[in-house]
Design a protein around this ligand. Structure first.
Ligand code: CP
Length: 312
């Protein structure tokens, strides 16, 4: 059974076809094949969501399937039924699961215990659907009508702010997988942790990132300046201290100007203007934040279609 729990779950050799399929879904919207016809996919969400929930619900519908949204707190999982039994039971009813939860091990346990594909819709460790949609967004900008995936190779991403968050982890793994370079800039106490280093080593990407406490050093020569919120879901109690120590890493006009002259600004959203990024950067013509959001739909349709095809 194929799952999409982390960036490396699609082999490097599969990426060109996956990205091309996302482009086809985008250009043929409303008139393409419906590979999920007759299928129901459950969305189990333990955290809030706008983009992930809506893009999956719309995408499953557009592929001919039926999305079934389940708030994790409203099913027996939220009252202590085990992850394993939840996976076994739902596998008798539905054709796939999209899961947003806290512990990354929970999506792994669902995948191991069930008999349907599982897609990671965000955990505290990784957010691979966002990274694939973002990489597609970059490739669209850089490749034009040409081949998408080769356009990523050798490009540099600078990720500023909370460099220990799921988005930073996912971008480090994704950048290595896509042949890109990545520099992280944040306080020393936010350096990537051993869990990411272990995953990189297991994936053959040991030492695959630069970490600095100097944001200007990180953005020098960057093709993309990326940031995420400073207070992720589940970190609300630390909000005051996080805002204090992360303030030097806000993406200001001055910091954005230190990247390449044609650099893109990216953010997975939701954003907090005036906090991790200044309004003049969010609203800059080189900010592609809403293209990123839209491309969640097209890339996830390619992922869904590929996993559904693998079941046949
Ligand atoms: N970027 C992202 O995952 O957005 P949501 O939290 O709204 O799904």
């Amino acid at each position: 059974m194929r799952h999409f729990l982390k960036e490396t779950d699609f082999k490097e050799s599969e990426l060109p076809e996956l990205f091309a399929q996302a482009r086809d879904f985008k250009t043929q919207r409303g008139s393409h094949a419906r590979p999920l016809a007759g299928q129901t996919w459950a969305l189990i969400f333990a955290k809030s969501s706008t983009r992930t929930r809506v893009s999956f619900e719309v995408g499953i519908h557009e592929l001919g399937g039926n999305p079934l949204f389940l708030n994790a707190g409203d099913i027996q999982l939220g009252r202590g039924e085990s992850v394993e039994d939840t996976a076994r039971v739902l596998s008798r009813f539905v054709h796939g699961l999209v899961v947003r939860t806290f512990q990354h091990s929970d999506v792994e346990r669902l995948a191991t215990s069930g008999s349907v594909p599982v897609i990671n819709g965000l955990t505290d460790f990784l957010h691979p659907c966002q990274i694939y949609a973002d990489a597609f967004t970059m490739a669209e900008k850089w490749a034009g009508a040409g081949a998408l995936v080769p356009a990523l190779r050798g490009r540099k991403i600078a990720f500023l702010g909370d460099t220990a968050c799921n988005m930073a982890n996912s971008w480090v793994l994704g950048a290595n997988h896509f042949g890109m370079k990545i520099s992280l800039a944040g306080p020393a106490s936010f350096a990537p942790g051993p869990e990411l280093d272990a995953l990189l080593a297991k994936s053959g990407f040991s030492g695959g990132y630069q970490f600095t406490t100097d944001p200007l050093e990180a953005v020098r020569g960057a093709d993309v300046v990326y940031t995420d919120v400073w207070v992720s879901m589940g970190k609300e109690e630390e909000s005051r201290e996080r805002r204090r120590v992360l303030q030097p890493y806000a993406v200001t006009g001055r910091i954005f100007a230190a990247a390449k002259p044609d650099a893109l600004f990216m953010h997975c959203l939701p954003a907090h203007p005036g906090e991790e990024v200044m309004p003049e950067v969010l609203d800059n013509p080189r900010s592609v934040i809403f293209d990123q959001a839209e491309n969640r739909l097209h890339m996830q349709k390619a992922i869904l279609a590929t996993l559904a095809q693998a079941r046949r």
